[in-house]
Design a protein around this ligand. Structure first.
Ligand SMILES: NC(=O)C1=CN([C@@H]2O[C@H](COP(=O)(O)OP(=O)(O)OC[C@H]3O[C@@H](n4cnc5c(N)ncnc54)[C@H](O)[C@@H]3O)[C@@H](O)[C@H]2O)[C@H](O)CC1
Ligand SMILES: [K+]
Length: 506
């Protein structure tokens, strides 16, 4: 047991790092990019700030003596550097709005022009803030009207950022779309104009940008759908914003440990899968658990099956009494109930047997449905893995964005919620949040949820820490899908889990 505790301590560091605020630190990326940015691949652990949290972080900088315009110059310079490195000397049209996002645009235009880029600026009208007026005065060139500005090879969207209050008016949204569609390269400054910074919804039609340059920290719109689908790539430019108060972070690839030299299957973790009448789901979950680091996996189903891997122990448990008896085993490190459980009275009894057995628990699929909006009946520390529909049925209406809803649900149930989707929010009852986005769209196929649930149960057996286990499982599931390529089925996905584990095993 000592080995597990030691390796847990090491892995917990990862969690503390999240708690300490892993914002957009200066990290030099590939040589092609200078220090100060985090691109898609290096964004892990980046802080996610709401508009209000961002303004508070900016205010803290102002209170430290940095003038607002100085911060705008820093932001504009960082964005101009990214655009220069990505686009070089291509004719560029910068679209400036009335606020500080527009001010960034004027700074970007001036700095690109100083590097020899043929730059034009078009604006929606007057600049309304002191900083944006100062940036506009420093722009020596003409300012065209966006309504009739000619297209350009590169478009920079500095219309609206975190201050967008409502959708763009129709003509402006249409013009933005036309100019972006006509361009070879398009960049959105801070957030694409038209997205709701905190909710991640689209307040008006938003074109798809090639690159979104987040300033200072990620916002929910950068990771939550559909807003996160309005750009192909994402970079976070460091402008010296401290994000230590951040409550949400982008999921960090896990640090996994090899089994200790003296490990055996029970110290690595025995996983029991309480399956039901739909055999395939339970078999997928059991097989996935066996490939995700568990020391031993038992599949407890009403009927025997010949479809399990030899490495998974088949236990025929014809009724809930037999499940209860099988779970009276102190070697069990985690129990998963739900995949293929069904919704009959017998299924309800099997769920109850699993919930009351006293082992670390993962509840998925039918298990969630059978909870009938009573998540607080679950033992503290339980992991549940709802998709949108299961979440709504279980928790009803919860206000806020997906991150807020996951956080509140975890608080109510006293455990960990893996709120699945193309943007998966992982929330623990103590308020920690990790968000995973950008996964393979090919995961939208039957059975991949059963695979994720199995990986969760395995990681819970290995780590004993529900939040860490859920984060590891979501990452491994996504990484296995990335490795599986296109058009895979859930059975194929399992084959790629060991390589995903290997990729993160020190
Ligand atoms: N705080 C700073 O010094 C820095 C901010 N950065 C950049 O500034 C924006 C946030 O700027 P803000 O002025 O708060 O808001 P916006 O520029 O996004 O625009 C708000 C502006 O637009 C008006 N408005 C809102 N919605 C609409 C609409 N649908 N139609 C028309 N007009 C609208 C609103 O009244 C305001 O006047 C942030 O994203 C950064 O890009 C720097 O990065 C760092 C320094
Ligand atoms: K913008």
């Amino acid at each position: 047991m000592g080995c597990r505790r030691r390796s847990l301590r090491r892995r917990h560091r990862g969690c503390r790092q999240w708690a300490d605020g892993g914002c957009c630190r200066r990290r030099s990326l590939s040589p092609a990019r200078s220090a100060g940015y985090q691109g898609n691949s290096a964004l892990s652990g980046a802080a996610i700030l709401t508009a209000e949290e961002m303004r508070a972080a900016e205010q803290a900088i102002f209170d430290s003596g940095v003038a607002p315009y100085a911060l705008m110059e820093t932001a504009g310079a960082a964005a101009a550097d990214v655009i220069w490195r990505a686009g070089g000397v291509r004719d560029t049209l910068v679209l400036c709005g009335p606020g500080n996002n527009g001010g960034d645009g004027f700074v970007i235009a001036r700095l690109l022009k100083a590097r020899g880029v043929p730059v034009r600026v078009a604006a929606t009208g007057e600049s309304k803030t002191d900083s944006s007026q100062k940036a506009r005065r420093a722009w020596a060139g003409p300012v065209e009207n966006i309504a009739d500005a000619a297209p350009a090879t590169q478009i920079v969207d500095a219309l609206f950022g975190i201050g967008l209050a409502r959708g763009l008016d129709g003509a402006l949204a249409q013009r933005l779309g036309e100019l972006v569609d006509a361009a070879e390269r398009s960049y959105a400054i801070d957030v694409p104009s038209g997205v709701d910074t905190d909710g991640g919804v689209l307040l008006s039609p938003v074109p798809r940008f090639d690159l979104c340059i987040a300033l200072g920290a990620l916002k929910p719109a950068h990771v939550l759908q559909p807003a996160a689908g309005t750009f192909a790539r994402l970079i976070c430019a460091d402008i010296g914003i401290g994000a230590n108060d951040a409550k949400a972070f982008l999921l960090t690839p896990p640090d996994l440990a090899e089994p200790a030299p003296d490990a055996h299957k029970y110290t690595r973790g025995l996983v029991d899968i309480v399956a039901g009448t739909m055999a395939g789901a339970g078999i997928l979950a059991a097989t996935a658990a066996a490939h995700a680091g568990a020391g031993c996996v038992r599949h407890l189903a009403p009927e025997p099956t010949s479809r399990l891997p030899n490495a998974v122990i088949m236990v025929t448990a014809p009724d809930a009494g037999a499940v209860t008896k099988a779970l009276q085993d102190e070697r069990i490190a985690s129990v998963l109930v739900g995949p293929g459980l069904g919704r009959s009275d017998e299924a309800r009894k099997r769920l109850s047997a699993a919930v009351t057995a006293g082992h670390p628990l993962v509840v998925d699929a039918d298990g969630i449905t059978l909870l009938e909006a009573a998540p607080d009946m679950l033992p503290v520390g339980t992991i549940i893995t709802p998709h949108e529909g299961e979440f709504s049925r279980l928790f009803g209406e919860i206000t806020g964005n997906k991150i807020d809803r996951a956080r509140e649900a975890a608080r109510r149930m006293g455990g960990v919620v893996v709120y699945k989707g193309p943007d998966t929010a992982i929330a623990s009852a103590d308020g920690r949040i990790a968000v995973w986005h950008g996964g393979s769209p090919w995961l939208s196929t039957a059975g991949t949820g059963d695979v994720l649930a199995g990986i969760c149960a395995a990681r819970l057996a290995v780590t004993g820490d529900p939040f860490l286990a859920a984060c590891e499982a979501v990452w491994l599931h996504g990484e296995a899908a990335r490795r599986a390529g296109a058009a895979f089925i859930a059975d194929d996905l399992i084959a790629h889990i060991p390589a995903a584990v290997a990729a993160r095993t020190q």
